[in-house]
Design a binder for this molecule. Structure first.
Ligand code: NAD
Length: 551
């Protein structure tokens, strides 16, 4: 049995477990590996370079088996993608507790991680791969849409119409960029060295067209820009070559970013290596490959800085490319900011972040009903309404139908309770799982990304994600995860996640109210503690207790 095979979550209301919480964990584990969802399901890789849902196929089978028999007062413990124990707990406790990729500080680097991985002792869990709440490219689409809207608001009068964005990486996360740009009415040129990545994004309607060459891409981009017509263009090649070429051509680029898998130097194609020989070369000569990948990233980042010098809006999109370029000796790598301090932090101060849910029925009608509920609950929020409408029209579901939108403190609990009521009344045909990315307001310490340039200098303080995981366990989440290294790579981040099931019971309602209040509440208190005024007023207006303010 233990070996690669197609995996797909069951749909409908028939349970193969002893309750909906276990069923939800089982279906979401399987859904993460659905070929429609995962980038490389045969290798158990979901997204983000090597982010996996299970350590190996034997571990996957053991988790499935265990979830099928797990009782309402039991908890399965998962250590880096392998189930290592089942313990008696109680019905308010999570059914699954997950710790992925964690290493002790001084050992937390890729070299040691790879050594341990080769011994079969660990796996890379990324953020939502190893915590079973990845919902395909849509998950990042909303965040990317928010980011490009913020760029538009900051620099281009509220729209990207008439601008050209240059980026690279059309993988699981990066594939959201072209659609997020066109949703903001802009033009995007997107480079990827993997022809399959380009074709896949066109198939899923995230990318509009593929250019035959760099010149062709630029010609298409300029024509669309001049007509103020949204268009996204894929172009095949190595970003470390094409970005410098575009700079040398004085290409009229307004915005530059990147989402290649730069966080893992073994997943970034070095100049002079063909895409076909990449995997073998990385496996056979990892040290050599790493040096060459970092040198290429330095060229890539140098060209990004060149565009910034020429007046473009340039930002790092959370893949550590500046850090890697600096390791290769490029001294101006940090001349452009990360996207969080540049655009997202004010949202984090309000406890806002990527709230998401999936319909266990498998029925898209259930998501349409939840979309209507969101519009009904928050009629005053125009950009939310715009997003929900566009997502309903343009987002292609991958795996179980799902939706994401950014909600803040005092909003997520209302949405969750409404969904639970809709399950109870039969308005939804089966329970809903409610989770979020680990990239959230109070759940991550990541000095190159979510916590870059904190006001009080607390970028590397990692107590916050640990408290976040603990408070979610204490509040009644269905499964809770604590990971290391997601997004930006080993040694650079610690982050936590939670998923809570709305099964229509009164007990689920009680759990949802606590989890979906306390989880975003972590974002508010973390930013109050760091001295952000917006967080202060949110805490005061919405009644978040801060002991140090009660003297
Ligand atoms: P992925 O591995 O699925 O895709 C990466 C893509 O980059 C692949 O298609 C690959 O072919 C391409 N690529 C690699 N080297 C290249 C090169 N030299 N030139 C052109 N293309 C190249 O990864 P993903 O899930 O799309 O994630 C991309 C990056 O974004 C990762 O580093 C990830 O950690 C980071 N990330 C950012 C956020 C965020 O919120 N900003 C969230 C999650 C992940």
């Amino acid at each position: 049995m233990s070996g690669p095979r197609p995996v797909r979550a069951p749909r409908g209301t028939e349970l193969s477990t002893r309750g909906w919480q276990q069923e939800a964990a089982l279906r979401m584990l399987q859904n993460n590996l659905d070929p429609e969802v995962a980038e490389h399901p045969d290798k158990l890789v979901v997204y983000g370079g090597t982010g996996k849902a299970a350590r190996d196929w034997r571990s996957f089978d053991a988790m499935v088996r265990t979830l099928q028999t797990l009782k309402q007062d039991e908890t399965m413990l998962v250590q880096s993608g392998r189930p290592v124990g089942v313990m008696q707990t109680h019905e308010w406790a999570p059914r699954v507790l997950i710790a992925n990729s964690n290493l002790v500080g001084d050992w937390a680097n890729w070299e040691e991680f790879r050594r341990l991985e080769a011994l079969g002792l660990t796996m890379y869990g990324q953020m939502t791969a190893g915590s079973w709440i990845y919902i395909g490219t849509q998950g990042i689409l909303q965040g990317t849409y928010e980011t490009f809207s913020a760029v538009a608001a900051k620099k281009f009068g509220g729209t990207l119409a008439g601008t050209i964005t240059l980026t690279a990486g059309l993988g699981g996360m990066g594939g959201a960029q072209p659609l997020a740009v066109t949703m903001n009415d802009g033009v995007a040129i997107c480079i990827d060295c993997d022809p399959r990545a380009i074709e896949r994004r066109i198939e899923h309607r995230y990318l509009d067209v593929k250019a035959d060459s760099l010149d062709h891409a630029l010609q298409l981009a300029v024509e669309a820009r001049d007509a103020r017509r949204p268009l996204s263009i894929g172009v095949l090649g190595n970003a470390a070559e094409l970005v410098p070429q575009l700079l040398a051509m004085n290409a009229p680029i307004d915005i530059v970013t990147d989402q290649t898998s730069a966080h893992d130097p073994l997943a970034y194609l070095p100049v002079g290596v063909s895409f076909d020989e990449m995997a073998t070369y990385a496996a056979e000569k990892p040290a050599d490959f790493t040096t060459r990948a970092r040198e290429s990233m330095a060229r890539h980042v140098e060209a990004m800085v060149g565009f910034q010098d020429a007046g473009a809006e340039v930002f790092d999109y959370g893949n550590s490319i500046r850090g890697e370029a600096q390791l290769a000796g490029y001294t101006r790598a940090f001349d452009f900011p990360g996207f969080v301090p540049a655009y997202i932090r004010p949202l984090f101060c309000e406890g806002k972040g990527p709230f998401r849910w999936a319909a266990l029925s498998g029925d898209p009608k259930d998501i349409a009903a939840t979309d209507r509920a969101i519009l009904d609950l928050f009629p005053e929020n125009e950009s939310l309404a715009r997003w929900i409408k566009m997502a309903g029209e343009r987002v292609h579901f991958q795996g179980l139908p799902a939706r994401i939108c950014w909600l803040g403190y005092g909003e997520r609990d209302r949405a969750g309770e409404r969904f639970n009521d809709m399950v109870a009344s039969g308005e939804l045909s089966a329970p809903i799982v409610i989770g979020r990315d680990h990239l959230d307001c109070g759940s991550v310490a990541s000095p190159y990304r979510e916590t870059e340039a904190m006001l009080d200098g607390s970028d590397a303080i990692a107590d916050w994600p640990l408290l976040n995981a603990m408070v979610n366990v204490a509040s009644g989440a269905s499964w809770v995860s604590l990971h290391h290294g997601g997004g930006v790579g080993m040694g650079r981040s610690i982050h936590a996640g939670q998923v809570t099931v709305a099964d229509g019971t009164a007990l689920a309602g009680e759990k949802i109210r606590r989890v979906l209040t306390n989880d975003p509440g972590m974002g508010v208190i973390r930013h109050v503690d760091a001295g952000y005024d917006i967080a202060d007023s949110v805490a005061e207006d919405r009644g978040v207790r801060i002991p140090m303010r009660e003297e």
